[in-house]
Design a protein around this ligand. Structure first.
Ligand SMILES: Nc1ncnc2c1ncn2[C@@H]1O[C@H](COP(=O)(O)OP(=O)(O)OP(=O)(O)O)[C@@H](O)[C@H]1O
Ligand SMILES: [Mg+2]
Length: 205
């Protein structure tokens, strides 16, 4: 089973991905947490280019294909083998991030973005996606408190607003897969809701 976490910067994706992993391991499941971009050697190189290289003025199209290159390698070498083995993989961002950031955020042609995002996942679709829904201002405040900022975090407020709205739109289109969670609550409350939705999915009535 593939479970992915999505949402604006600072919405709690990494926090909740790790808590869910602990919960599932505690229940005896074989589970790993991974993230995009940035798994493996290629992923780390790509992550540095996209998020940290301040001298590079990446064009939106270049950015699109870097994210997709990262995903193609990550799915083939890491995610797919584990899914075939019956394990649970939790991925901190997946192709919905590409659709929302490069499509709604950078305004590239949506058909191209959709195609590239899904093709790069090699026909792997998340079974369950949690959209951590949080007002932009709250996410940015949390990031300032956390203290590690990337190039994406420094985008203007309007960009993050486009991202938030983009996520809300795609969640409406696929309500079975994408569960929108109110992330403007304490960490344990968000975690509890996520655990109950995953438990329901693992053992349907
Ligand atoms: N529900 C919450 N309430 C308050 N603070 C939170 C909550 N969830 C996470 N945080 C804190 O907010 C900061 C951002 O959380 P986290 O790193 O999990 O977000 P993220 O979505 O992974 O961010 P990024 O997009 O930068 O990867 C962290 O310092 C975390 O401890
Ligand atoms: Mg994170």
């Amino acid at each position: 089973m593939l479970i992915t976490f999505e949402g604006i910067e600072g919405s709690g994706k990494s926090t909740q991905a790790n808590l869910l992993s602990e919960f599932l391991s505690g229940k005896g499941y074989e589970v790993t947490v991974t993230r995009e971009p940035g798994w493996g050697h290629l992923g780390n190189l790509i992550r540095t280019i996209i998020l940290d290289e301040r001298k590079l003025a990446l064009t939106p199209m270049a950015e699109l294909f870097l994210f997709c290159a990262d995903r193609a390698q990550h799915v083939k070498d890491f995610i797919e083998p584990r899914l075939k083995n019956g394990e649970i993989v939790i991925c901190d961002r997946f192709y919905d991030s590409t659709i929302v950031y490069q499509g709604y955020g950078r305004k590239l042609d949506m058909r191209l973005v959709n195609k590239a995002a899904k093709a790069s996942a090699l026909d792997v679709t998340p079974d369950l996606t949690f959209l951590l829904n949080l007002p932009v201002r709250e996410g940015l405040t949390r990031l300032k408190e956390r203290g590690s900022i990337t190039k994406m975090d420094e985008e203007p407020h309007e960009f993050h607003e486009l991202i938030r709205q983009g996520y809300i739109l795609i969640a409406r289109r696929e309500p079975e897969r994408i569960k929108s969670i109110n992330a403007d609550r304490e960490i344990p409350a968000v975690h509890e809701e996520i655990c109950s939705l995953v438990t329901e999915r693992l053992s349907p009535q």
